[in-house]
Design a protein around this ligand. Structure first.
Ligand SMILES: *Cc1c(COP(=O)(O)O)cnc(C)c1O
Length: 355
């Protein structure tokens, strides 16, 4: 088996601290209670009141006309690309963008677009770099139709685009005639970290989505927002791809619960990420990137261990982290990890490298 996920290895000890990803959270008792009490209807028939409530709240939060509920963030990105672009078009994004590295080649396979990946530190780029990527409108050049940014930039280390840089880049894209799309998988982490309201961060994006399965703790669901006619077209793709749902209010209720209970507390995750980074920086051989939100990237090269070897070693002691490159490891804080969990993980990581 190459592509199917493997089942947990029964010979491994139980996980004590899960820093693998903020996607690993389990729905809380309060969230499950909200799911159980949800009013539901046939979502693809327009009859699910809880999904409507979620979409209305999300459109208002992100300052857009309309919204559509989808099962995952990947489907939000793919449907946005299908809706904005035509086969043969070119998207401009950062070279580490999730749509390039982590969606199975979806933009090429589904829409038939190519993506120009721009360089820049921490998953971001500046207006000059963007302008250098603009192509002349020539018969033999791909038409550039979409500019995509990630807030926060995942493989950029959970970095937050400063609002001035974000606005400048998106406005330069628009001036060039590009549509603009924000992958807001962890948008609320950026909002909480920067103290900038969500609708200000999304002001120059035509479309934007938010994931409920990252720091917000829901079991599934993401909401794509944009102009009413864009969302109307997105519904065609939702139907074609099998993303039209039935009594989806059960899931939308979890997302509404997350909006009410799990947004402000993201600050705790950011505090725990700082605590983790401070501890890691004191471990001989680990080079830590200063976290801006809940993702802590660090380099294992000086320990002589690859990131995978280091991750395997700490997993033997019940600590789970992920790896993002030969020597690049990632630890992610979230609502199922507290400060004591961070301290325990640090103790295990220190011991794993001692002796
Ligand atoms: C997780 C993630 C996605 C995909 O979201 P899923 O809900 O896992 O499909 C897209 N973009 C970024 C930046 C992500 O971190």
């Amino acid at each position: 088996m190459v592509y199917a996920p493997t089942r947990p290895d029964p010979s491994l000890p139980p996980v004590r601290v899960n820093l693998y990803s903020d996607t690993q959270t389990k729905p809380s008792a309060g969230m499950k209670d909200a799911m159980m009490r949800a009013e539901v209807g046939d979502e693809q028939h327009g009859d699910d009141p809880t999904v409507h409530e979620l979409c209305d709240r999300m459109a208002a939060l992100l300052g857009k006309e309309a919204a559509v509920f989808l099962p995952s963030g990947t489907m939000c990105n793919q449907i946005a690309i299908l809706t904005h672009c035509r086969p043969g078009d070119e998207i401009i994004a950062h070279e580490s963008a999730h749509i390039i590295t982590s969606e199975g080649g979806g933009p090429g396979a589904l829409t038939g677009v190519s993506i120009l990946g721009l360089p820049g530190p921490r998953g971001m780029f500046v207006v000059d770099t963007l302008r250098a990527g603009f192509r002349e409108k020539r018969r033999n050049a791909p038409p550039q139709t979409l500019l995509e940014v990630e807030q926060t930039a995942n493989f950029g280390g959970g970095a937050v685009w400063p609002i001035a840089q974000l606005d400048a880049v998106l406005q330069a894209g628009k001036a060039q005639g590009l549509a603009t799309h924000m992958d807001g998988a962890r948008l609320m982490n950026a909002v909480v970290a920067a103290g900038v309201p969500a609708h200000e961060m999304t002001a120059h994006c035509d479309s934007v989505w938010l994931d409920f399965t990252k720091g917000l703790g829901a079991p599934l669901g993401a909401v794509l927002c944009g102009p009413a006619d864009f969302i109307d077209q997105a519904w065609r793709w939702k139907q074609r791809l099998g993303g039209s749902l039935r009594q989806a209010g059960v899931c939308a209720a979890a997302c509404l619960y997350a909006l009410d209970h799990n947004v402000d507390r993201l600050a705790e995750d950011h505090g725990n990420a700082q605590r983790l980074a401070r501890g890691l920086a004191q471990i001989e051989g680990l080079a830590v990137e200063t976290p801006e939100t809940n993702l802590v990237f660090f380099d294992t090269r000086a320990t002589g261990l690859t990131a995978d070897a280091f991750a395997d070693r700490v997993r033997q002691e019940g600590v789970m982290i992920s790896t993002m490159g030969k020597y690049r490891a990632r630890a992610c804080t979230h609502l199922d990890v507290d400060a004591a969990g961070v301290d325990l993980a640090l103790q295990v990581m220190r011991a794993a490298l001692a002796g």
